[in-house]
Every structure is written in structure tokens, then in C-alpha cells.
Design a protein around this ligand. Structure first.
Ligand code: TYD
Ligand code: MG
Length: 449
């Protein structure tokens, strides 16, 4: 054996950075005294046959096979069901409902004749059993409680599963590596090994990952490129619903959103989100406006609220929940300039109800309407909706999908829409009131619209 082949390497136990010499401080993660000696990873073919390139012909380009989970909102975000052999990363804050959702998926797919394995590194069998009972799920899928990667790989080798759920990637580790469980290096190792194994035998894989404080899955989104689909489960813990968002999907559209309502016995798909978001209140009071928002391929009517009132501070306060606060600053200036009334002595707070966060520029007009409605102390009413982007000179600009928004407004019983002028925009039985700029909006609020 040559001298170099015998050589060991030193790896950082936190981030996995490798060097040939021991170091006191890791140049990658800046950790002190984190290096341990280890055998170098072997390279080459390890005796296996090398893979050869192939030319694909059309006959071989068959469509991916999908199985519908039967959970409507889950199938929606996946683009019509789970693709066989795909790897899905499901991220979310602890306690948001990832385990609950995956129990439901495993149970439904078992019902469709798929063999499922639920690997839990977080809960004991007793806990899992009581959870399963609480959710009222029938018998069916197998459980494996372990923290060792090898146990999962052996289970996969011993039995052919159609679906494996790993709960969570942070709780499973390879003891042969010097890194600590849950560290970036371990998370990478676990995800790489499992996705490779699963792909080889066409097993679908759902990897649950806790989002750390920085809002990323186990460090800088290390797993996103390894999987086919990345879903984030989010929502305010104080609110009774959850959003399942597609961040990446090799088998469908991104920006798709599934909406679930939490209940004592699990998650329920919300099929009519507009009704759901609006039904939280009886009427729309002063300072509230309705906005047909589009998430992915689906419109949802949201309520925007604003308060403007005399400030008690030397500097007026501007706060925004769900709407970009910098945009709010600009919008306030634009409104001040357009209507000639300064807001320097007023606090302005904006909120989108239900904890929704909206980045679309089309929400400018509803936000302006809510602010002006509060300012004029005039309610806009439940039968009026608004959409349109507002430019720096106060002009109201067209936005995308205006027809889809109008249709949703009509479906939900809205009678009137204030929006930018557009020749192609189909009114569909609703009164369309074109607003060209903020000044027109200001005039229309309160004088019979
Ligand atoms: P859990 O699924 O354990 O969250 P995660 O796996 O993301 O950490 O859910 C957290 C808690 O919320 C759990 O105690 C059960 C409860 N819960 C319900 O009661 N109903 C629901 O619909 C959901 C999603 C959760
Ligand atoms: Mg969990």
C-alpha cells in the first residue's frame, strides 16, 4: 500500500469539513476543537459494474406513475398525487403537524394497497400507538423506532416498501461518522443514503425535516437539491389552519398551496378556502377590504385590515403583518401625495387576517382601500373587493389573472370590484368599477362608491 492510501483524514464533527491535518478551529463552521480522525471515504467503483450512458427514445419516456393519497390538499400540492419512487422533503416548525399529516398519508396509501413503513426517531412505539388511535387510523402500516441509519437501511433491504416516511431526518444518524446527530454532515449523510436506496428500488420517500431557528431545514437548505419535491408546512400555531406550500417540485407546479384545518382528530382538507378565510367574521367593518389573492393555481379571498389613528409617539408607528412593511412605507407616501393629507400624526397598522403573507403587488389597492376606509371612517362592505398594483405616481396598474380573481369574487357572492381598467377583463355579472389612481379610490370610498 502506498503511503497516501494509508493516510487518514480529519473531519469536523459539526459540519463535516475534511482536512489532512488536525486543526484547532474549523475554517468552515468556525467551531473550536471539533476535528476527529477518521478513515477516508473510499472512491472508485467498489467492484460494481460502472453505469453506461443511454439514449432515450420516445417509447421509453413513459409518464410517471402517480398514486393519489386521497387527501385532497396533499394531492394538489404534489401536482395530482405522489409520484412513485419520488423523494419528498417535508419541512416545518416543530409541532406544526408534520407527524399528523404523514400518519394520515401512510394510512391512506396503505388503504390503496401500498406497503408503508413509518420510521420514527422521535417517538416511542407507545406514543406512536396512542397517536394512531387518537387519529382513528386503521391497522396497516409498519413502524420502526430507531435512531440508527443502518436499521432503516436493513429494513429497506429486508422488505420492499412502496412508501417510507422518515420522521425526522435530524433524529437519525450514522454512528460511524464523527459528526453529532442532527448536524449538517449527518443530515446530509442520512438523506443521501436513503434517497439513493429508495430510488434504486422505486420506493417513495418522505423525509420530515425540522426547520431550525434560522428558518432553514437543518442548516442552509442542504437537502433541497437531493429530493424531487420540497414542501413546507406552515402556519401560526395559534390559528386553526395550516398551509402546505410547494417550494420545489420536479413533478408539478410550484407555489401551489394546500390548506388544512386542524381538528382534535387530525387535519381536514379545506376545499373552499375563501369561505374559510371570510367566515371568521360576520361583516366587514371600517378599515377592512377584500382581496382575491392567487396562490399557485387557486384564488382565495383574503381580508386586509388597517387602522389609522392619532399617534401618541413623537414618530408615528407603521406596522404590517402579512404585507411588506417597506411597501407600506411607499404606499403611505403615495397616498399622502395623492390626496394631499399628511399622515405624520397617525399610526398606521396593516394586517392580513388569518396569518397569510402576500407578496403579490395586486394587494396594494386593497391595502390602500383599507387604510383610506379607516381614515374616512367608512366601511367598504362585504360585497366589494379590490385588486391592483399601485405605482409611485399613484396610478393603479393591471395585474395578472384578473379573470380568475373576478370569477372567484362572483362565486363567493361579491357584487362589485374596484380594479384597474382592462379591455379584456371579463366582468361576468359583477359590477366592475375601474379606478385609475389613488385619488379616484379616495373619492369612491364613502360617496356611494
Ligand atoms: P405533530 O403532528 O406532532 O407536529 P410535528 O410532527 O410537526 O412536530 O402535531 C403537534 C401537536 O398538535 C400534536 O400534539 C397533535 C396536535 N394536533 C392536533 O390536535 N390536531 C391536528 O390536526 C394537528 C395537525 C395537530
Ligand atoms: Mg413530529
Amino acid at each position: 500500500m502506498t503511503k497516501s492510501a494509508k493516510r487518514t483524514v480529519f473531519a469536523c464533527t459539526t459540519c463535516g469539513y475534511e482536512t489532512l491535518k488536525w486543526l484547532g478551529k474549523c475554517p468552515m463552521c468556525q467551531g473550536w476543537d471539533t476535528f476527529k480522525e477518521m478513515a477516508p471515504a473510499s472512491s472508485g467503483h467498489d467492484g460494481r459494474e460502472p453505469k453506461r450512458p443511454v439514449i432515450l427514445s420516445d417509447e421509453e419516456l413513459a409518464d410517471e406513475e402517480r398514486i393519489a393519497t386521497g387527501i385532497e390538499e396533499m394531492d394538489r400540492v404534489l401536482g395530482g398525487g405522489m409520484t412513485i419512487g419520488s423523494a419528498i422533503l417535508l419541512g416545518g416548525d416543530p409541532g406544526i403537524g408534520k407527524t399528523t399529516l404523514c400518519f394520515e398519508i401512510a394510512s391512506r396509501l396503505t388503504g390503496h394497497g401500498l406497503k408503508a413503513l413509518y420510521v420514527s426517531g422521535e417517538e416511542s412505539l407507545r406514543q406512536l400507538a396512542s397517536r394512531k388511535k387518537r387519529l382513528g387510523l386503521g391497522a396497516g402500516f409498519a413502524f420502526l423506532t430507531t435512531n440508527h441509519l443502518d436499521d432503516v437501511l436493513s429494513a429497506m433491504a429486508a422488505e420492499r416498501y412502496g412508501l417510507i416516511i422518515l420522521d425526522s431526518v435530524q433524529s437519525i444518524y450514522n454512528p460511524k461518522l464523527p459528526m453529532l446527530p442532527g448536524s449538517m454532515g449527518q443530515v446530509k449523510e442520512v438523506a443521501t443514503r436513503l434517497t439513493m436506496e429508495a430510488k434504486a428500488v422505486d420506493t417513495s420517500l418522505i423525509i420530515i425535516g425540522h426547520v431550525t431557528k434560522e428558518g432553514v431545514i437543518a442548516g442552509p437548505r442542504v437537502l433541497e437539491h437531493m429530493v424531487d419535491t420540497v414542501l413546507y408546512f406552515e402556519g401560526d400555531k395559534m390559528l386553526p389552519y395550516r398551509l402546505l406550500r410547494t417550494i420545489k417540485n420536479r413533478y408539478g407546479a410550484v407555489e401551489e398551496v394546500g390548506i388544512f384545518q386542524m381538528s382534535g382528530n387530525g387535519l381536514i382538507s379545506v376545499e373552499n378556502p375563501s369561505q374559510f378565510f371570510m367566515s371568521q367574521r360576520g361583516d366587514i367593518g371600517e378599515g377592512s377590504s377584500l382581496f382575491p389573492y392567487i396562490t399557485g393555481s387557486r384564488p382565495i379571498i383574503l381580508e386586509v385590515q388597517a387602522i389609522t389613528q392619532k399617534t401618541n409617539f413623537s414618530m408615528p408607528r407603521r406596522l404590517s403583518l402579512g404585507y411588506d412593511v417597506n411597501r407600506l412605507f411607499i404606499l403611505i407616501s403615495v397616498i399622502e401625495k395623492a390626496i394631499g393629507k399628511p399622515f405624520f400624526d397617525r399610526d398606521i397598522y396593516v394586517n392580513i387576517t388569518g396569518g397569510m403573507k402576500v407578496n403579490e403587488p395586486g394587494i396594494d389597492l386593497p391595502v390602500a382601500a383599507a387604510i383610506l376606509s379607516s381614515f374616512k371612517e367608512t366601511a367598504l362592505g362585504r360585497d366589494t373587493a379590490f385588486f391592483g398594483e399601485i405605482g409611485l405616481t399613484g396610478e393603479v396598474r393591471k395585474i395578472v389573472n384578473m379573470d380568475m380573481r373576478t370569477k372567484e369574487c362572483q362565486r363567493i357572492g361579491i357584487k362589485r370590484i374596484l380594479c384597474p381598467a382592462d379591455g379584456t377583463h371579463n366582468a361576468g355579472g359583477i359590477e366592475i368599477v375601474n379606478v385609475r389612481n389613488i385619488r379616484e379610490l379616495y373619492k369612491k370610498i364613502g360617496d356611494g362608491r
